[in-house]
Ligand binder design. Structure first.
Ligand code: TYM
Length: 325
């Protein structure tokens, strides 16, 4: 069976970029793969140091997968920290990786350019991510475009390791990136990201969500002017939620002129609310019963750990960490 694996950092409430770029494609993959999806707590720890918020965001991330239809009977949904072998593998991989490669990682470079605090975890982030992927014999990694480089690194690390110690050790993973949602724009037109403060929350209550949608930046064309749907953020976001007919209709209204951006934003809010209302209800029910989420996570961890232990057996034995038998 093909195994799909992906993770989300519990570093803030999930946003539309996470939903369209990863959660929805990942949930769809449960039809054709064995899904291993997890909450990347150790990764989030590189930036988040508030224990209460941290716990809350871990639950929110888990509830998001479930609210959008992940079936815990088919999938292993777990917390990264419940499989301690991931740290062991991360260390072992790290002893085979040159600093130069990690210095070229986008996330590190952008943190450095912005003068952000860079701790050891930020620097070795791609190594831990490779350990996440390789520990579970992953074939497919559904992600948004911003994670492509990290998955490519995991492939390279795996190939290098296999070359040195034996081709049967790691499965070589492949990223799965849907072109139409590879980079979802935020309210300011840049990539939607928790760290840019430009997100539209998946579970933001409707009134607040509408206010946020009204903040999406547009050009300054007047109501009467014809407008270009293809260069408009509002239209790009609309396309993520509207049917093909609705998109064609709104595109015509853009080109005809006589429609202000306020109308387009209202239309965007309506299609978003239509799509999010039901999952929001399921999400609120789940968040009301955190013990149910905990049960799912515990079961997921048991399933994931049994695979992790087998991988570590191969790694330990191949590298000489394991006892001679
Ligand atoms: P994270 O938590 O930043 O994001 C979770 C997923 O959401 C996708 N995403 C987007 N997709 C399209 N447009 C956007 N604006 C957008 N913003 C976020 C991300 O690409 C990601 O797929 N390092 C990972 C977590 C991780 C992981 C892993 C993923 C840790 N280990 C192993 C896969 C495999 C991260 O920070 O994702």
């Amino acid at each position: 069976m093909v195994r799909a694996l992906t993770g989300i950092q519990p570093s803030g409430p999930p946003h539309i970029g996470n939903l369209k770029g990863m959660v929805e494609p990942a949930v769809e993959l449960q039809e054709s793969t064995e899904p291993f999806y997890f909450i990347a707590s150790y990764h989030a720890m590189t930036t988040l140091k508030d224990p209460e918020l941290f716990r809350q965001y871990q639950l929110e991330a888990a509830a998001t997968f479930l609210a959008f239809g992940l079936d815990p009977k088919r999938a292993a949904l777990f917390r990264q920290q419940d499989i301690p072998e991931v740290c062991e593998l991360s260390w072992i991989l790290g002893t085979h990786i040159n600093l130069g490669i990690l210095e070229r990682a986008h996330a590190f470079k952008s943190a450095k350019d912005k003068g952000k605090e860079i701790n050891l975890g930020t620097f070795s982030y791609p190594v831990l991510m490779a350990a996440d992927i390789l520990l579970y014999d992953t074939n497919l990694v559904p992600v948004g475009k911003d994670q492509k480089q990290h998955v490519e690194m995991a492939k390279d690390f795996a190939a290098g390791f296999n070359h040195r110690y034996g081709e049967e050790i790691f499965v070589i993973p492949e990223p799965v990136i849907r072109p139409e949602v590879a980079t979802v724009p935020g309210v300011d037109g840049q990539k939607m990201s928790k760290s840019y403060g430009n997100t539209l929350g998946v579970f933001t209550p409707p009134k607040q969500l509408r206010k946020r949608v009204m903040k999406v930046v547009t050009d300054s064309k007047e109501m009467a002017d014809p407008k270009d749907p293809d260069s408009c953020n509002v239209f790009a976001l609309y396309g993520l939620f509207a049917t093909k007919d609705e998109q064609a209709e709104l595109a015509d209204r853009y080109r005809a002129g006589g429609m202000g951006y306020g109308h387009a934003k209202q239309a965007l809010f309506e299609v978003m609310d239509r799509a999010l209302a039901e999952p929001r209800e399921r999400y609120l029910e789940l968040m009301d019963k955190p013990e149910q989420i905990e049960d799912v996570l515990e079961e997921g961890a048991a399933k994931a750990r049994s695979v992790a232990l087998q991988t570590m057996e191969r790694v330990r034995s191949a590298t000489g960490l394991g006892a001679r038998r």
